[in-house]
Design a protein around this ligand. Sequence first.
Ligand code: TMP
Length: 208
Amino acid sequence: MILNNFVVFEGIDGAGTSTQLKILKSRPESSKIDFSAEPTDCETGKFLRQVLGGKVELDPKTTAYLFAADRAEHVYGKNGIINSIKNNKAVIIDRYLFSSLAYQGVSCGKELPRKLNEGFPLPQILFFFDIAPEKSLTRIKSRDVTEIYENNEYLTQTRKQYLDVIEEYKNLESAKDMKIIMIDATQSVEEISKIIWSHISKLPIFNS
Ligand code: TMP
């Protein structure tokens, strides 16, 4: 199922999705948009941050289940995505099930993340920020906290996995109405934000 007015940003660490979300938040139209991210701010998401920070070590399969559980609350919970859409808001989020298919696809194989994520609704637009890990990692280096997946080898595999997953979705009957926009994430912040707004401004919520 595709949710209208639902938009997802994806990409490897350091691809620049958070910068673009900040720009969108500063637009006057942002009063019609609910913004969020995964992992969420719920307890499940906070626990995942400990895993990502290396404070808690889990089997990769357990991590895949946790991301799916965090996502279930994000989608179906009291203040979740479905409720926002019902309340006539657009929803734009940083990371969604495609992150699980890519990152956990690398850490525990394709099958489990696919199974755990098959029931979730799909966005109307998926933006994929594409960048080589060598470049994205130089952006991340300036941060003081690093996370478990932030290394060249892992992100190289994750990027490949993302590209494979996107190809699969392009050919999937149930995803035929999901618009997939590939962004060259090495472009300037201004150029990228123009491209993004050219698509988001066409959402039904801004045209009714
Ligand atoms: P970020 O908040 O800096 O984007 O970091 C979130 C990290 O969590 C990033 O390395 C990707 C990872 N992640 C997964 O591995 N699986 C998921 O399903 C999600 C949502 C994120």
